[in-house]
Design a protein around this ligand. Structure first.
Ligand code: ADP
Ligand code: MG
Length: 326
């Protein structure tokens, strides 16, 4: 019997996403505690319900600072820093545009250009005041809304890993709707085999498999949440400069990293940078590894230090970047 056959899988739907927990021992009570932990974080961070700590901040926009719990403050500080990174297309104050487009939710439509134009000034991350001492967040303009959708799952995946470690679990995998975090890997094998989905194909079709041990694997792509109108595809990662879905040569970016929050931030950053700038940026972040999948059918691996990637689909051509090609 192979190690993967001894895996016990537990699933749930939380945060609007399928959640999967894999353990090497049958422990339903532990799985229930993990799902409860995820739910507790969702209650703090969501913007898809009227009440959460993040919604309290949004509701007080233009009025007053709001005190939040330390983990929420830390996550917001992290999102703030990523949004202020030079030329960053990561923007955690993108909320008004996300809400207006409703991509991936019922009622999605193309907003009139003048409405998009009018919302852009409400998406300036420099208009967010953070007070670490008081643990408060203040959106200085009325109508501003923060949206942690790009990083909440990564943050929670790390908290689940920490919880499992405290519980004495040594090997596990948590998949939060595409954000994967792992503890070690199946014994006597190459590690956890994580499928890289083939965009716009059958749900189980894979471009390839990434093998990791004790690492996070996060993918951001244009094929998960989108709608189509007049042969045009509108996906859920928005360009904060224009207010429209980001358009470049990429279908997806996958990041392998220690912490899932780092991977989650980096996928959005790299998606915005595109392949060339993205590879140059990765040069300054040797602790990260990325796999870019382009619309032209190329699979570009920044390195193979943290994982090994096996290409399975002959429609895609691999390209491993060496120092010389950067
Ligand atoms: P998912 O794992 O759900 O595909 P991603 O990590 O790719 O999510 O992030 C997409 C989500 O991030 C969007 O649904 C939206 O809530 C938010 N978002 C959209 N555009 C941006 C942006 N430019 N910067 C930061 N967050 C964004
Ligand atoms: Mg992300």
């Amino acid at each position: 019997m192979s190690a993967e056959e001894r895996v016990y899988a537990y699933s749930a739907v939380l945060m609007g996403s399928p959640i999967l927990l894999k353990l090497f021992e049958h422990d339903e009570a532990l799985a229930a505690r993990v799902f409860r932990l995820i739910k507790q974080y969702e209650i703090l961070l969501t913007v898809n319900r009227p009440q959460s700590e993040v919604m309290s901040i949004n509701q007080a926009a233009g009025l007053h600072p709001v005190k939040v719990s330390p983990p929420v403050f830390d996550l917001i500080a992290c999102a703030h820093a990523a949004s202020l990174f030079p030329e960053s297309l990561f923007n955690f104050t993108i909320g008004p545009l996300v809400k207006r487009w409703k991509i991936g939710f019922r009622g999605d439509s193309i907003p009139p250009a003048e409405e998009i134009e009018a919302l852009l000034p409400l998406t300036d991350p420099r208009q967010v005041l953070l007070d670490k001492e008081a643990c408060t967040v203040f959106l200085q303009q009325k109508g501003m809304e923060i949206d942690l959708g790009a990083i909440a799952k990564g943050y929670i995946a790390d908290r689940v890993r920490d919880y499992l470690q405290r519980e004495g679990v040594t090997q596990a995998l948590i998949n939060l709707g595409g954000n994967i975090q792992t503890l070690s890997g199946p014994p006597e094998e190459a590690g956890w085999g994580i499928g890289l989905k083939k965009p716009f194909a059958a749900p189980d079709a894979l471009i390839g498999v990434i093998n990791v041990r004790g690492k996070s694997v996060v993918t951001s792509g244009i094929y998960e949440r989108y709608f189509e109108l007049n042969n045009q595809r509108y996906h859920h990662i928005l360009d904060p400069r224009s207010g429209y879905p980001l358009d470049n040569e990429l279908l997806s970016v996958t990041v392998i990293s220690e912490d899932s929050i780092e991977g989650d931030i980096a996928t959005t950053l790299l998606y915005g940078m595109g392949v060339e700038k993205g590879l140059a940026y990765l040069h300054t972040r040797p602790e990260l590894e990325a796999i870019f999948v382009t619309k032209a059918g190329k699979v570009i691996c920044s390195s193979q230090r943290l994982s090994s990637f096996t290409l399975l689909d002959s429609e895609f051509q691999p390209e491993i970047v060496t120092d010389k090609t950067v």
